[in-house]
Design a binder for this molecule. Structure first.
Ligand SMILES: Nc1nc2c(ncn2[C@@H]2O[C@H](COP(=O)(O)OP(=O)(O)OP(=O)(O)O)[C@@H](O)[C@H]2O)c(=O)[nH]1
Ligand SMILES: [Mg+2]
Length: 294
């Protein structure tokens, strides 16, 4: 049997469950997830290894209307994924089949000429009679190789989806060694886990105005303790006040939740030091964006 492989981009509006699907496919949390839209800011690779094949999935930021340079950088990275992969996996939320971003995504997929699949996600939140008309409506586009209802959260439909995509892979080499699940460095995952907790605990615009950079890590006492020093950048002094919280309560809550997840993830005791810094309007500043990894 010839080995087959390919790159597959997961594309869609914000909050439809793209990162949840990536994590489900890989069987590990590579991408952070939150109930708030625009959680993912960078592309995240996940390698799915199998007998005779390798699928490299690329999670992308949700496509949305852009207001700041940060948004633009996010949407640009999603849009350029159309060019860089072999197969497109569009994703929509069963409960929002009319999301305003969908027509332009379909247009871009059509224009690319690449094989495209559609995953209709969150079927655990709907009934069969709600799913059928949505399938019908997207079949009318005559674009998709297959339309597959899934629940990224609970796993339903995911193996059918993988089987369908697999059938579209072309002969090619394994791009990554068998033990490699992602190309992201550990420090990226650390900063993302901290950012996820900001999305969970902070309100309103604060998550969107926060960026996290892991400055350095230190393994002490024969690796039984991992020290992580990270900076959270916010845009204004008042945001800093809110993020610190009364008597430091907010940053403590975020730090504690992040530390617990980091300990589970890296299987080691973690000391996490968070410093909050005002980087004025970083989300609108090209140089600041680059420095912060966007
Ligand atoms: N009920 C249900 N919720 C889901 C499912 N998949 C994802 N979610 C939830 O939807 C929310 C958004 O999930 P994400 O995976 O962060 O969505 P995303 O498309 O990556 O979002 P962005 O990165 O912001 O574009 C989270 O609260 C998830 O738990 C699903 O199959 N069913
Ligand atoms: Mg995401």
């Amino acid at each position: 049997m010839t080995f087959v492989s390919g790159f597959i981009a997961i594309l869609g509006p914000p909050n439809v469950g793209k990162s949840t699907l990536l994590n489900r496919i890989i069987g590990a949390k590579l991408a952070i997830v939150s109930p708030k839209p625009q959680t993912t800011r960078n592309r995240i690779l996940g390698v799915h290894h199998g007998e005779g094949f390798q699928m490299v999935f690329m999670d992308t930021p949700g496509i949305h209307k852009t207001r700041t340079l940060l948004h633009k950088s996010m949407v640009d990275s999603a849009r350029s994924a159309f060019q860089e992969v072999d197969i497109l996996l569009l994703m929509v939320d069963l409960n929002h089949p009319d999301a305003p971003e969908i027509p332009s995504l379909i247009g871009a997929a059509r224009h690319s000429g690449k094989p495209a699949f559609l995953a209709i996600n969150k079927i655990d939140r709907g009934t069969r009679s709600e799913i059928l008309p949505v399938i019908g409506r997207f079949s009318d586009e005559q674009l998709f190789e297959a339309i597959i209802p899934v629940s990224a959260l609970q796993g339903d439909g995911v193996s059918e989806l993988l089987k369908a995509v697999r059938a579209e892979l072309k002969p090619g080499p394994p791009f990554f060694p068998p033990d490699m699940r992602t190309d992201q460095p550990d420090t990226f995952l650390m900063s993302e886990i901290i950012r996820e907790k900001i999305y969970v605990f902070a309100r309103q615009e604060l998550p969107y105005s926060s960026a996290v950079v892991v400055e350095r890590t230190e393994e002490v006492a024969e690796k039984s303790l991992l020290k992580i020093f990270a900076t959270v950048h916010v845009e204004t002094q008042s945001q800093k006040g809110i993020l610190v919280g009364r008597q430091g309560n907010m940053v403590k809550k975020i730090g504690r939740a992040a530390r617990m997840e980091l300990e589970r993830r890296f299987n080691v005791q973690v000391y996490l030091k968070l410093t909050i810094k005002v980087s004025k309007n970083w989300s609108r500043d090209t140089r600041a964006l680059r420095r912060l990894g966007y």
